[in-house]
Design a protein around this ligand. Structure first.
Ligand code: FAD
Ligand code: FO1
Length: 452
């Protein structure tokens, strides 16, 4: 593995037991650099290899919808690892105390985990590192170009990070080595996971519940990627911004839970026969935009608050803090999609019903929350809350960056000044109607809402 993917959290002292891969963000067997590194090291040290996942019963407001999707994907991981004679252990509780205990009783020789820029994960890693003595490695299995390698600071926008990524892209589109059947068996408890007990044990809201348009797991993710490349990629450029067309790839739930490797998607898109422009458009989103979001969350610890907005944006929003709001909506009305704006209601209901709001609608949706909230702080909190509660791909760096872009001008520039928004880019219904058939979208998603 390219050592630039590796970040040593602590040198430590190896035990005599297995190499342990603490899987968290990248929940897949194939195309997973953290798992590849764990096996390479276990083979060198002639040690068994074990994968663990620590199931925390609450995660940034996730409900049954997200947890059931995730658990089904993890059940597939357990099967895939079993075929390689690698044990998969599901642990329950707070990683900070559950994982050190596990490492202790197996006398682990090395701990490997996958990179994740979210604060909650940095806290988990710190709690574990403080308590254990074993060597602790972090591998960026999520980004094509490792986040820590692209830049050592928060980038201003796509235009500053793009050249840094493009310069390195080829180096990190290297082929994935195949995992081997592991020759050193782990004489541990080869008990398979009781997945229905795990699902029952969750203390999460049963609403919003499961969605059925998308099946979890890495087999389905690969199928969805291939289907998109075959039928959607060629027209991606022009149809991805029309909420009435199914022009996006719909892969974000798979990227969020790590069922699909972004590097795999990039390699297959680049190798496809789709027109050059379409491939470039997709890579711009999948690599530049997505890795810019990880860069933002890694280097800006205020990624989920107004302090995380660029200074010009905080200034302009402060200048307009007292501007009268024409409309004002409590969370309950927003949640049920009951505002005066039927485009906004349709976007909200699409997210509630399917767990995925169209990308173009998402920008409009978040910007209106700024317009209808008493201040930017409560607007940001409301947008993050709703996005993370209903979206399958929520609780993700892309979400924090997307909401901060919409409400706080992150990775954007100042526009013509106006009430409430100040110089934050404005969007309105007129503009949306110029872009796509709003009536059709409203009928599709908020149609029945009119009856009751
Ligand atoms: P496609 O258009 O097919 O794009 C393919 C992939 O490229 C996506 O899966 C994603 O990984 C990446 N990508 C595309 N657009 C963006 C973008 N603007 N920023 C970063 N990466 C991008 N994305 C999430 O994954 N989770 C979220 O919670 C989320 N919340 C958002 C909230 C707001 C207010 C906004 C404006 C955007 C948000 N996004 C979020 C970014 C973007 O809307 C989604 O990534 C995209 O719509 C996912 O659908 P797709 O996979 O079909 O996209
Ligand atoms: N990661 C974990 O390591 N343990 C969990 O119990 C867990 C729950 C969870 C629920 C919903 C969700 O969207 C993500 C969840 N994650 C969990 C984290 C996820 O794997 C991603 O790492 C981050 O959300 C994105 O950075």
């Amino acid at each position: 593995m390219n050592p630039a993917r590796l970040h040593k959290i602590q040198e430590g002292v190896p035990g005599n037991g297995p190499v342990v891969y603490w899987m968290s963000r990248d929940q897949r067997v194939g195309d997973n650099w953290a798992l590849i590194h764990a096996q390479e090291t276990a083979l060198q040290m002639e040690r068994p290899l074990v994968a663990i996942f620590c199931l925390s019963t609450s995660f940034l407001g996730a409900a049954a919808r997200q947890y059931l999707f995730m658990l089904e994907g993890l059940a597939e991981v357990e099967k895939g690892l079993g075929r390689l004679d690698v044990d998969f252990i599901l642990l329950f509780g707070r990683p900070g105390d559950r994982i050190p205990r596990y490492l202790e009783n197996v006398d682990a020789s090395l701990l490997v985990t996958d990179f994740d820029p979210l604060k909650v994960k940095a806290r988990w890693r710190l709690e574990v590192a403080r308590t254990v003595r074993v060597p602790f490695h972090e591998v960026d299995a999520h980004n094509v170009v490792p986040c820590r390698r692209v830049s050592d600071k928060a980038e201003y926008g796509a235009y500053t990070i793009r050249p840094k990524i493009e310069r390195l892209l080829d180096e990190f589109l290297d082929p994935f080595p195949r995992l081997k059947k592991h020759p050193y068996p782990f004489i541990g408890s080869r008990r398979s996971v009781d997945w229905s007990a795990a699902a029952e044990g969750l203390e999460v809201d049963s609403f919003p519940g499961k969605v059925d348009w998308i099946k979890p797991g890495e087999v389905e993710a690969k199928k969805a990627l291939r289907k998109f490349i075959k039928t959607g990629l060629a027209s991606y450029g022009e149809s991805r911004n029309d909420p009435n067309l199914n022009g996006q790839s719909n892969l974000s739930p798979y990227f969020h839970f790590g069922h699909l490797s972004a590097q795999r998607a990039a390699m297959e898109v680049l190798a496809s026969k789709a027109p050059d422009q379409a491939r470039r458009d997709f890579i711009e989103e999948l690599v530049i935009r997505r890795e810019l979001a990880d860069n933002f969350c890694l280097y800006n610890r205020h990624y989920d608050s107004v302090e995380g907005f660029p200074n010009w944006a905080r200034q302009t929003l402060a200048d307009h803090h007292e501007d009268p709001r024409e409309y004002f909506y409590e969370m309950d009305l927003l949640d049920r999609g009951k505002t005066h704006d039927e485009l906004w209601n349709a976007a909200q209901l699409q997210m509630v019903k399917t767990g995925k709001m169209h990308g173009y609608a998402r920008m409009y949706w978040a910007k209106k929350i700024l317009e209808w909230s008493p201040n930017p702080e409560s607007a940001l909190a409301a947008a993050i809350h709703l996005n993370d509660r209903y979206s399958l791909d929520g609780r993700d760096p892309n979400g924090y960056a997307g909401v901060a872009w919409s409400i706080g001008g992150l990775h954007d520039r100042p526009w013509k000044e106006r009430p409430v928004f100040g110089k934050i880019r404005y969007m309105n219904l007129k503009g949306a109607k110029r872009k796509f058939d709003v009536e059709r979208y409203v009928k599709t998603w908020a149609g029945e809402a009119k009856e009751d």
